[in-house]
Design a protein around this ligand. Structure first.
Ligand code: EPU
Length: 432
């Protein structure tokens, strides 16, 4: 693969300008988990009462989900990182395409809209840069629960037949442990009549977080976090106050920021069990990790090449594949990184090459020959995690790096430049 020069208009776009080569110090604070918070917000549709979520990260994706819920009649109040959601008077079961498009988690709301209102019409989320990302399993799950589902003109329409408009518990074996399908089915099954069992369920911490929230709202869910989840449907759910878990992907990105700049840092708050596979890979490549209360102190040694294969949780997360590749581009020796979740999540390779990384792609694997140093360049973050990888590379590169694609970065990293600047990094946002 050869590195293409960026179009001149790309450099004029909003970008982060990073002066590389500075050691970091102190602590990087981890915000609440984006992928949890987004789905937890849609659980508000399951009750007339107020749901209060704290530790909600201030991200553009959260703003997008807020707009979607408001368009359906949900009353939303937000202050700092707390959000109050009240869905007592829902006015629509049809979130509009303009809002849903590009925010995949909003499709998962189809489970809660259907369970609460008896019908739902949600536009298909479509593919994205990293892969086709079908929602076949979500739809299969809703059908198993008794919904009649049609897909026409890019919109999924689901209705619950019968007078009582209540879904029926069912056994569902997922073809693949899809996070979104598991979450969609969990929300729908919570208000169904009878018991549901989801086999080959996703085991990601965000699924556990959703199950914990639903249980706090009066649901009866057991087994979340394992491959088989049982949901005894209840007639109604009530409001509650709930705190979103820390973002394991942001935490992993910050651990990598320390590792790539060869800086000793504390990253907190972290739930180590959410990051075991990542922590193991950090140790394997030469970092020393110490747990202290709710944080991890990382001390990088000489970084050596290692092999990584992405897998569903508890395996190594695809969302840290690109950021980890940035680190391994600076390691001693060769690494092989294999992407098993998405068919098109190697677009950051060309951008890292622009910075002097020696990487070649072979099918779904990247062979990374570590180089002694990267050099700053204008680069584009092609998706959320690719843009995080560019920031990491920029922190250690010689000279200046301009990272564009901030619309992606801002979806998942709350105040990243403020956090990194406070730790000694030199970076500035330019709006044009
Ligand atoms: N898949 C199917 N059929 C389906 C559903 C999924 O083949 O019906 C495949 C997908 O194509 C993909 C794999 O299964 O290859 C995993 O997809 P999954 O459904 O588990 O992903 P998701 O729920 O759409 C969430 C996160 C992603 C994260 C994945 C995997 C949210 C909003 N998104 O997506 O996060 O990569 O799980 O862990 O929760 C990110 O934050 O950058 C991000 C992309």
């Amino acid at each position: 693969m050869t590195a293409a020069a960026p179009a001149s208009q790309d450099i004029l776009k909003p970008h982060l300008e990073i002066q590389g080569g500075n050691r970091l110090q102190g602590e990087l604070r981890v915000s609440g988990a984006k992928n949890s918070a987004l789905v937890l917000m849609t659980a508000a549709l399951l009750t007339e009462d107020t749901l209060t979520l704290s530790n909600v990260p201030p991200l553009t994706d959260i703003d997008g989900m807020e707009s979607i819920l408001v368009s359906m009649g949900v009353k939303v109040r937000r202050s700092s990182e707390t959000i109050h959601l009240q869905a007592s008077d829902l006015t629509s079961a049809e979130p509009p395409y303009e809002l849903v498009n590009g925010l995949r988690a909003s499709f998962f709301a189809i489970g809660s809209i259907l369970a609460r209102m008896g019908h739902a019409k949600v536009p298909l989320p479509g593919g994205c840069r990293i892969g086709a990302r079908p929602v076949v399993e979500h739809i299969r799950g809703l059908k198993a629960l008794g919904a009649v589902v049609t897909v026409e003109h890019g919109v999924v329409s689901a209705t619950v037949p019968g007078d009582r408009k209540r879904l029926k518990g069912a056994s569902i074996v997922l073809d693949c442990p899809s996070v979104g399908a598991t979450e969609t089915i969990l929300m729908a099954a919570s208000l169904a009549k009878g018991t549901s069992v989801i086999e080959n369920a996703a085991q990601e911490p965000e699924v556990q977080d959703l199950a914990n929230l639903l249980n706090a709202m009066g649901a009866r869910i057991s087994g979340a976090g394992g491959p088989s989840i049982t949901v005894e449907g209840v007639e109604r759910l009530h409001g509650c106050d709930y705190t979103v878990i820390p973002d394991r992907i942001e935490a992993g990105t910050f651990l990598l920021a320390a590792a790539i700049t060869r800086s000793t840092m504390r990253i907190a708050p972290v739930v180590p069990d959410h990051l075991n596979s990542v922590l193991q890979k950090l140790r394997d490549c030469g970092c020393v990790l110490e747990f202290d209360g709710d944080g991890i102190v990382i001390t990088p040694g000489t970084i050596k090449g290692i092999d990584i294969t992405t897998q569903p949780f508890p395996g190594f997360p695809t969302d840290l594949q690109a950021p980890f590749m940035a680190l391994l581009a600076t390691a001693q020796g060769t690494s092989v990184i294999t992407e098993k979740i998405y068919e098109n999540r190697m677009q950051h390779v060309g951008e890292l090459q622009r910075m002097g990384a020696a990487i070649r792609v072979q099918g779904n694997a990247a062979v990374v020959e570590g180089v002694p140093s990267l050099s700053g360049a204008p680069v584009n973050g092609t998706d959320l995690r690719a843009s995080a990888a560019m920031v990491l590379a920029g922190l250690v590169a010689k000279g200046r790096t301009q990272v564009s694609g901030l619309n992606h970065l801002d979806r998942g990293y709350a105040g990243i430049e403020a956090k990194l600047t406070a730790s000694g990094a030199k970076l500035e946002r330019h709006c044009s």
